[in-house]
Design a protein around this ligand. Structure first.
Ligand code: PLP
Length: 507
């Protein structure tokens, strides 16, 4: 993807309104955080390990940030290690403990709704001979403590349980979980990434052994995470090659990011005090949907939920289409977590709380931030209502089962294939299709025939939907979007796929 293509992506919301409701994916940088970071970038380029005054200045900034983070968690600064991100923090703990306890103990228990940085690490360790058990959750997403008790045995050395979930917002009963874990002489890793700044975190009171954090969920910078390690518990470095972070995480510290993280932590008490603002907006959103008599089901629990997170399902409405429409109207939400919304995989979190594939495919996640305003919510509700009341009015939806040979070969129709070239090469071509890159749409759309019906297909039905709106806005009167994209279509018409057809890509 070149720079012009990226610029096009940025321009895609065609209206003037922009509403960001994806704060669990990441948050905007707080202005004060940016200022502190800019100052460090301008003035403090020294290496914190150097002994001269440049280094000493850098070192003092590093230790100040550590103290700021530690203070916001009411722990000693010596218990905090800075990492590259929370994904690294989770990896570091799990891998260090697997090494420490193996071969005497081999069992790790986890909730089935952990972030992929935990899940994928556990699945990797499974291939290395570790035994991984996922303890069930109830329909709210809360860990089944009776089952947990049964699973805990002498072979188990670690429980991975996040404090609050990134997709549904469910908050775990960490106090009870920790009590259970301690009785069995087991260690507890608590991913606090989503909880930090949204609900109180009581690491010492609960007896958490390890906890992971990430600055970019807290109006801080990306590329900086942290790990809390309780005194006396085992740990060894994941990254070797230097004495930084008391030998627990090698590599020259990203001082500007660390300073930004520290500054962001100063805001935590204020964020917690204002969490009722988020809760109020959330209530207003749900009440407004009800007032408009829109059919919806809330996946997020009503109790024990982050104040900013709304996982919601609109029966009969595909989340990819809805998301594309909202995006087109300038509203950013997510299909599940940011990590799984690009892949067409059904969210493991929604599955774990009992949703069917179909129900998960109707779910969107709205995550509010402290910059969210009531007028943003009102605009979102209005836009949602416009789509839900008349999705067909917006763009013609062509079920993939109906895109048969006759329709493709009909001279009145013009099939526009927006799948990436690599995908086409792997999966095959479509008959009579104009093969283009979605990202070059702005460049080539004028070449498309205005007298024909443009039928757009992409991999999964998301990009094609956005493209359909784009063309509609550009005055194309007959535009049709293939629901579910090529992935669905190929199960109906495998015989129409042209293997090894020459590529006609013109971008
Ligand atoms: N844990 C949770 C619950 C998250 O939501 C995320 C990010 O989405 C992470 C871990 C990973 O954080 P990072 O982006 O710092 O690697």
């Amino acid at each position: 993807m070149d720079l012009a293509q990226l610029a096009f992506l940025g321009k895609l919301p065609l209206g003037r309104k922009r509403v960001y409701l994806d704060n669990n994916a990441t948050t905007p940088l707080a202005p004060k955080v940016r200022k502190v970071m800019e100052k460090v970038l301008r003035k403090n380029f020294g290496n914190p390990s150097s002994v001269h005054h440049y280094g000493r200045e850098a070192r003092s900034i590093l230790e100040k940030a550590r103290a700021q983070l530690a203070s916001s968690l009411s722990v000693a600064p010596s218990r905090i290690v800075f990492t590259g991100c929370a994904t690294e923090s989770n990896n570091a703990v799990i891998k260090a403990l697997a090494k420490h306890f193996s071969p005497h103990k081999k069992k790790i228990i986890a909730s089935p709704i952990e972030h992929p940085s935990v899940m994928a690490t556990l699945e990797y360790l499974k291939t290395q001979g570790m035994e991984i058990e996922y303890c069930g959750v109830d329909t709210q997403g809360r860990l089944d403590l009776v089952r947990l008790k049964q699973l805990m045995d002498d072979d188990c050395f670690l429980l991975c349980c996040m404090l609050a979930n990134n997709e549904s917002g469910v908050i775990q009963d960490m106090e009870s979980i920790s009590k259970l874990v301690k009785k069995k002489d087991c260690l507890l890793l608590c991913d606090c990434v989503q909880a930090f700044g949204k609900i109180p975190i009581k690491l010492k009171e609960w007896g958490v052994d390890y906890a992971s954090f990430s600055a970019h969920k807290l109006y801080g910078p990306k590329g900086i995470g942290a790990l809390y390690i309780k005194e006396g518990v085992p740990f060894s470095a994941l990254v070797h090659g230097g004495h930084q972070e008391t030998g627990l995480r090698a590599g020259t510290e990203a001082l500007h990011n660390i300073a930004g993280f520290g500054e962001a932590c100063l805001n935590v008490p204020r964020l917690l005090r204002h969490s009722h603002h988020l809760q109020k907006l959330k209530t207003h959103f749900l009440e407004s949907l009800k007032k408009r008599q829109l059919d919806f089901i809330l996946n997020s629990p009503e109790q024990y939920c982050l104040p900013n997170t709304i996982s919601i399902r609109f029966p009969g409405i595909s989340n990819h289409q809805l998301m594309a429409y909202l995006d087109y109207q300038g509203i950013a939400v997510s299909a599940a977590s940011a990590c799984s919304s690009r892949s067409q995989k059904i969210s493991h979190v929604l599955k774990a709380i009992g949703l069917s594939d179909e129900e998960a495919g109707e779910t969107i996640r709205i995550s509010l931030g402290h910059q969210s305003r009531k007028k943003d919510i009102d605009y979102t509700v209005k836009t949602l209502a416009a789509f839900i009341m008349a999705p067909q009015k917006q763009i013609e939806m062509l079920p993939s089962s109906r895109l048969n040979k006759e329709i493709i070969l009909d001279d009145d129709n013009y099939l526009l294939d927006l799948r990436p070239e690599s995908f086409r090469k792997k999966e095959g071509n479509l008959p009579k299709a104009d093969e283009r890159s979605f990202f070059a749409l702005e460049k080539f759309y004028k070449e498309l025939p205005r007298d024909k019906k443009i039928i757009i297909i992409c991999e999964g039905g998301g990009f094609s939907f956005v493209a359909a709106y784009f063309l509609k806005k550009k005055g194309f009167s007959r535009v049709s979007n293939v629901l579910g994209g090529f992935e669905k279509w190929k199960s109906y018409f495998p015989e129409l796929i042209l293997k090894n057809a020459s590529s006609l890509i013109k971008d």
